[in-house]
Design a protein around this ligand. Structure first.
Ligand code: SF4
Length: 216
């Protein structure tokens, strides 16, 4: 498959400054998250799974919540799903280090159940703050639960894929959660199609928006 990498170009000194400042802001927010007891998940967590990656990423990848392996390691998308995500990102021309990866909830719901409304309400301000710091050009949302949570709808995954949806000033694309690809490997082609749509969009609209922002 043709590579369609659109990672960080060579950073100019102004961008290096912005990247350093984003790292600092994210570190401050992480410290705040580690102390968070705003919902009941704080009582059962081993680790706050804050998020990681490029603090100045063009693409942010968002899942719903940490699972058991993430709770144990403190890192998002580890274990089998994470390994497959890395592989699929590579097939699409990305490496994990150039992206910013996190979840909507920072603490693991017991038994990997879906996030509850009050947990989402408590945790979404943290996600928004993270995104305001990183300021990605595109957000890739992984899975129906994460997309329903972010868009506050009950649409099927099929109804949310294949387009760019605005949310709180960000442009978002939706695709399958890597766990779904583990269960159904035939979905890999559709996953790559979704990433192609995202990069095509960024290659036209996103880069123009970026250029306009840099002019201002
Ligand atoms: S899930 Fe979010 S709101 Fe709840 S305790 Fe963890 S960091 Fe705080």
């Amino acid at each position: 498959m043709q590579s369609f990498l659109f990672g960080q170009e060579q950073l100019c000194s102004h961008e290096e400054e912005k990247s350093a400042s984003s790292s600092k802001e994210l570190a401050r927010l992480f410290e705040k998250a580690k102390e968070c007891h705003n919902c009941t998940l704080a009582a059962s967590r081993q680790n706050v799974v804050f998020g990681e990656g490029n603090p100045f990423a063009n693409v942010a990848v968002i899942g719903e919540a940490p699972g058991a392996e993430e709770d144990a390691s403190g890192r998002p998308f580890t274990g089998k799903s994470g390994q497959l995500l890395d592989k699929m990102l590579k097939a699409a021309g990305f490496c994990r280090q150039e992206l910013y990866i996190c979840n909507i909830l920072k603490c693991r719901p017991p038994g990997n159940r879906n996030p509850l409304k009050e947990e989402i309400r408590s945790c979404i301000p943290l996600l928004l703050e993270q995104l305001q710091i990183v300021r990605p050009k595109v957000i890739l949302i992984l899975g129906k639960v994460a997309a329903n949570t972010i868009f506050e709808n009950r649409l099927s995954l099929g109804a949310m894929r294949g387009k760019v949806t605005p949310w709180r000033g960000f442009d978002c694309c939706v695709t399958f959660h890597p766990a779904a690809l583990l269960r159904n490997p035939h979905l890999k082609k559709e996953w790559l199609d979704d990433l192609q749509l995202m990069t095509d969009y960024y290659g036209t609209v996103g880069r123009k928006k970026n250029a306009r922002e840099n002019e201002n």
